[in-house]
Design a binder for this molecule. Structure first.
Ligand code: B12
Length: 299
């Protein structure tokens, strides 16, 4: 990296701030250049730049500089595509993330530390700045998938999976629900014996952001209970989630689609469902697709 670092002028141009502002951030908050090339001024590394980008973004949004600097110090981007929260443990405690945004790296690190407040801070910040869709697609989802892969490879880190699941649930359920006098016309449930619910929680929160209220029954909904709920609430849309083939019985979907008063839209969501679905059932493939399709069906 020696010799490749950026000058203060170059960093100021990239960030769109004055060089004097950079100096102030350095002197007051310690966000200075860390690379030292003998005989030259100190240079900014890519990591310094990541920290400064966090600082610039937060201050532009009105966060007090001292608080923004604390954030920037705490959640800079990692230098490579592996998150190593416990280097002392001799490695192995890592979530491979590929190319992701810095908040996802911060979330993965916090998850491995079982640091729920930090996980919540990160997720809340991304939700409030960018909305549920991006918070899910760019931050929560890659980390969840990474943790799943880690579990598969090691049969470990179930505690991490539980802790992050709980935190994601808390943040998604704190997203404001639409103030509606109309009863929700969207009903969501996990398939029989299906314990995975986070994607439906993300859908409920993203729909809420779009002004669409919904009911989420939760995990492992027996088909009789789902039929009763449909009977009692007469939803226009029913979304059934299956994460794995083990929990995906297309007959459960067929039963919904052929109820005495069937919903206008019966949707199969999740990677568990087979490609060949019962007549009249629509497959949803992503959170964005689901928000668009469901919102269009109830409007
Ligand atoms: C969190 C988690 C749990 C939590 C769930 C908590 C909760 N409240 O939901 C708990 C601890 C309960 C759990 C339990 C189990 N889990 Co689990 N779990 C996960 C984990 C890490 C994330 C689940 C999730 O939210 N996925 C959703 C997103 C993040 O991932 P995705 O589905 O791959 O996303 C794709 C699509 O679904 C789509 N998409 C993403 N979001 C959305 C949203 C909408 C609305 C739509 C339409 C599409 C969509 O886009 C993505 C790219 O195509 C996954 C890892 C993974 N890859 O999913 C394992 C994973 C699903 N679990 C797994 C396993 C094995 C289990 C258990 C059997 C473990 C056990 N031995 O008991 C049990 C399942 C019991 C059951 N019957 O359901 C395996 C499944 C392997 C398989 N294919 O069969 C996985 C893949 C981990 C792994 N790699 O081994 N799990």
């Amino acid at each position: 990296m020696a010799g490749e670092g950026l000058t203060a002028g170059a960093v100021a141009r990239r960030l769109g701030v004055a060089v004097t502002t950079l100096r102030t951030w350095h002197q007051r908050y310690g966000l200075g250049p860390s690379e030292h090339v003998p005989g030259h001024h100190r240079r900014y590394t890519e990591q310094d730049l990541d920290r400064l980008q966090v600082m610039r973004r937060l201050t532009a949004q009105g966060v007090a500089p001292a608080e923004a600097a604390a954030w920037a110090q705490r959640f800079p981007a990692a230098p490579d595509d592996i998150v190593e929260p416990h280097a002392r443990d001799g490695g192995g405690h890592a979530i491979a993330l590929g190319s992701v945004v810095p908040a996802a790296r911060g979330l993965a690190r916090a998850a491995m530390r079982l640091d729920a407040p930090a996980m919540r801070d990160i997720l809340e910040m991304v939700v409030s700045q960018h909305g549920v869709l991006r918070a899910w697609d760019e931050v929560a989802m890659p980390v969840l998938i990474g943790i799943g892969e880690r579990y598969e490879a090691t049969q470990r880190f179930i505690e991490v999976e539980h802790m992050i699941s709980r935190t994601v649930t808390e943040v998604l359920s704190s997203v404001g629900r639409p103030d509606s006098s109309e009863p929700p016309r969207v009903l969501m449930a996990a398939a029989e014996e299906e314990q995975h619910t986070l994607p439906l929680e993300a859908l409920a929160a993203a729909l809420a952001e779009a002004g669409v209220p919904s009911r989420l029954l939760g995990a492992r909904v027996p088909r009789t209970a789902l039929a009763d709920a449909i009977d009692r609430t007469g939803p226009a849309v029913v979304v059934l989630w299956s994460q794995t083939p083990v929990t995906s019985d297309p007959a459960q979907l067929a039963q919904v689609a052929s109820a005495p008063h069937p919903p206008m839209l019966t949707a199969a969501a999740g990677p568990g469902w087979p490609a060949d679905l019962p007549d009249g059932v629509v497959q949803l493939t992503s959170l964005a697709d689901a928000v668009k399709t469901v919102a269009a069906a109830v409007r």
